[in-house]
Design a protein around this ligand. Structure first.
Ligand code: UGA
Length: 434
């Protein structure tokens, strides 16, 4: 099938590349000429595991190409995916200007039947708005469907190729038939393509992300309580998670959720509720608790050093908001670093992928180490913010030797208390004994 994907952020790029993988003919459109030129030269502009291999293969096969021309994309395609940014505006709502602006242009461009697909995370009612905007100028038939993505950064290719479900909000049989045909190769295992109305599809995405954010936040509160009463959150987590109604996944406590999705989507759903007179009290609590959780290691660090951090040096392992990505949006590491810098602390950071992005933000205000161990040299303590695999089984003897002061503040509960303590290192984590 002939497809255009408008917007080459991580959603657009993964969508375009993976749809090319099943033999479709894809044009990815972006207004950024430099980016388009790079992609034409085979350079993947984001870090996403496995994407480079598929990218190269499909470009070579002539199924994946790039353009700065929306006209070229729209004329080429029977299905036009909108994978445009929906950033948070000053009220916490999703800013739809990119989506509606492109919809308006599409209205002027279409000459024959097309399906326009909202792939971006957009508030309930957006498909209706997009339809209205296109209809102002279109003089042919078209349909708008909502098809939210459920891709996790770091696993996006796998999530796209083997989805647990595909949600399609469509009120047109013709569009539904095309979407079913497009996605059939991805659900050969029997996972469902769920067809529903557009509004329910749009809400499914917000409800899923908000539920997951609430699940994590609930565990973070249990962890905080564990610290006060001397329980071990890891035991509680397993005790709870083995109940299949609760499930084992997404129960890991830590220094809060970050990234480009959960924080924005929880706020946007909360805000959309307000717009129709509904107060999502639970989401309000999730937002507040997560805000505090992101800096919950700081009182522990301050207490350990008797509230005098000025002049100290800390190693920070992990800067990305989670492993397997270079994305630092809403990363807890940044909240912690900002606060420590205010306390006149020196930071020596290491992250396998995100240092370039962090350097753009901080310049020479913080130091970057070439290896995880180099960051430790003469530091007064180690702070762990992201659970990259390479941090999971470190050489504790080396850590002890390199640190000026043997203490680890672990925001991701990577180690067994006994493993660290037997090396005579102080170990302070989340929801477990110190
Ligand atoms: C999330 C959803 O998981 C995807 O399904 C969705 O498509 C995507 O948002 C999106 O809306 O585009 P992502 O933001 O890539 O994906 O990351 P997750 O792996 O879900 O992690 C989100 C945050 O929760 C991270 O900060 C992570 O550290 C935190 N987390 C996750 C925990 O603190 N504990 C857990 O047990 C799991």
């Amino acid at each position: 099938m002939k497809i255009a994907v408008i917007g080459t952020g991580y959603v657009g790029l993964v969508t375009g590349t993976c749809l090319a993988e099943t033999g479709n003919d894809i044009i990815c459109v972006d207004i950024n000429e430099e980016k388009v030129q790079k992609m034409r030269n085979g350079i993947v502009p984001i870090y996403e595991p496995h994407l480079d291999v598929l990218f190269e293969r499909n470009i070579k096969a002539g199924r994946l190409s790039f353009s700065t021309s929306l006209k070229e994309g729209v004329e080429h395609a029977e299905i036009v995916f909108l994978a445009l940014p929906t950033p948070e505006d000053e009220n916490g709502s999703a800013d739809l200007s990119y989506v509606l602006d492109v919809a308006d242009k599409i209205g002027h461009l279409i000459r024959e039947y097309k399906v326009v697909v909202d792939k971006s995370t957009v508030p309930v009612g957006t498909a209706e708005k997009v339809r209205g905007v296109i209809a102002k100028n279109a003089n042919c038939e078209f349909d708008v469907v909502s098809n939210p993505e459920f891709l996790r950064e770091g696993f996006a290719v796998d999530d796209f190729l083997k989805p647990e479900r595909i949600v399609v909000g469509s009120s047109s049989e013709r569009a539904t038939e095309l979407m079913n045909r497009l996605y059939k190769p991805f659900v050969r295992s029997g996972n469902p393509i769920l067809i529903m109305d557009e509004k329910s599809a749009e809400l499914t995405k917000y409800a899923a992300n908000s539920f997951l954010a609430a699940k994590i936040t609930f565990m973070n509160e249990i962890a905080n309580y564990c610290e006060l009463v001397g329980a071990d959150v890891d035991k509680v987590r397993i005790g709870m998670g083995t109940d299949s109604r609760i499930g084992k996944r997404f129960l890991f406590p830590g220094i809060g959720y970050g990234g480009s999705c959960f924080p924005k989507d929880v706020k946007a759903l909360h805000r959309s509720g307000k717009e129709v007179g509904y107060d999502f009290r639970i989401l309000n609590s999730v937002i507040q608790v997560n805000h505090d959780q992101k800096v919950s290691l700081l009182p522990k660090i301050n207490k350990y050093f008797g509230n005098t951090l000025r002049g100290k040096t800390f190693a920070v392992w992990g800067l990305a908001f989670k492993p397997e990505t270079d994305d630092i949006r809403e990363a807890p590491a940044l909240d912690i670093i900002d606060n420590l810098l205010k306390q006149q602390v020196t930071i020596k950071a290491f992250d396998p992928e995100a240092m370039v992005n962090v350097a753009k933000k901080y310049g020479d205000k913080i130091h970057f180490a070439k290896t995880m161990y180099e960051a430790l040299e003469n530091a007064d303590g180690l702070i762990i913010c992201t659970e990259w695999s390479i941090f999971r089984t470190p050489d504790f003897k080396k850590i002890k030797k390199l640190l000026a002061n043997p203490v680890i503040f672990d925001g991701r509960n990577l180690y067994d208390l006994s493993d660290v303590q037997k090396e005579n290192i102080h170990y302070i984590s989340i929801g477990r004994k110190a």
